[in-house]
Design a binder for this molecule. Sequence first.
Ligand code: NDP
Length: 476
Amino acid sequence: MLMRIGGTDTAGIDEYWIEVKNPATGTFIDRVPSGTSEDVARAVEAADAATGGWKKKTMRERGMILFHAAALVREQHKDIAQVLTEEQGKPLREAIDEVRGFANILEYYAGISARSSDETIRLGTSGDCMVVHEPIGICAAIIPWNMPVIIMGWKIGPALLAGNTMLLKPASTTPLSGLKLATILEKAGLPPGVLNIVTGSGESVGEAIVRHPLIRKVSFTGDCSTGKKIQAMASGTGKELTLELGGSDPMIVMDDADIDRAVEGAIRGRFYNTGQTCTAVKRLYVHDKIADAFVKKLQKRVESLKVGNGLEPGIDLGPMNSAGQRERIAGMVTDLIDKAEGAILAGGCSLTGPMFDPGYFYSPTLVSDVRPGSRLLNEEIFGPVLPVMSVPDLETAIREANRSRYGLGASVWTNNLATTKQVFDQVHAGIIWVNRHLTVPPEIPFGGINESGIGRENGSRALESYSRTKTLFLGW
Ligand code: NDP
């Protein structure tokens, strides 16, 4: 059952609704109900009622529904992408990529539905054991606004295939694309109550979800501080948690790297989605020998990036998602300027005036020679600001890369196998890319270490994380 909580009796009463506005233009798009803990309880009842029937289906039957949904999403990808750009701000081209990525994830999980990791263990005269995977029960997904479609796919794909029912809370600024996708899943044959969307704030709906005793697993993506709050709320309840809490990914460019390729890698790695990506390049370390040539090319490319309404053609960066996000980024850069902690090579300000107001635009920004104590190197920069530092050798690069409380991703740009091995062995991260950054196909496990969170999304490990084993021991 798809729940749009609220009703016509509340029409016109502002406190019952959340208005969704286009961050590029400030235009009202739609409104969604501002849910409460009672709405969460009703959604849990619906999920509970659906649990038995969904669990009884074979994995292949569940997979076929996901497969059918993916086909419908592909058919309607332009309409969904349009909604995503309107509510989130990203260029339409990136929104289309994201929607296709969602279909890709569902297809991936539909594809592995034919395989089973259940096993039989023979114990000689003691007996035989059968180990099966069972769904956990009711699971919840709490979704951020930066990649609302792909992150929804990462969570619902494995959870639904494994036979769980779900509650999903989208971010308050980007609930519309998720609601559209849920309608499509329903059309594809997802039975009533299997996926329930509850819109509303983190404090009301989010916390009610985490505290509800019948919800046995919560998968959250968002800010570190929210993740810690969720961890504290779930403590002692035996609830399972997957927490994806962001990162401050380093990119290391060595002196043997293909400079043009690395420059393009840094541009995409940092400025995709207006820099609002957890695995974006957030600290760039370049070998002294190539630093001048590299930074010159990079600066030129940063200055060439076109900022504007994501619905217009040829746009590289849309607005930031909210006034708060822009203020946070502007505050970090102002701080750096005030304390003389680095040199601004490009951008460094909010974009205002008739072409931009009242949108939340920020200029693509390149900063060099950033001091170690700067907020840019110690906090997650969730926007289009790239600090670049030169390093004398690989050891220094690795030491600086590891100077972070996060550990999500990292990349090294080199053609040298020994360099690759050294980075792979020594840099603290859940994924190390070589001559690439940001790419996360559904097949590979994704997640961080340290304050980047716990657990893994994607791949067969995510499927395992939405299941429990149960063993039948046959003593002959
Ligand atoms: P949040 O962590 O606040 O939001 C993420 C999701 O959690 C939203 O659905 C939000 O709801 C919900 N939420 C908020 N508070 C609670 C709570 N107490 N209990 C349960 N759920 C809650 O991130 P922000 O949107 O405030 O972004 C702040 C910063 O977080 C960014 O600047 C960035 O650094 C980081 N971030 C990182 C992301 C990543 O992918 N790593 C993604 C998004 C943000 P609601 O929208 O209603 O507040």
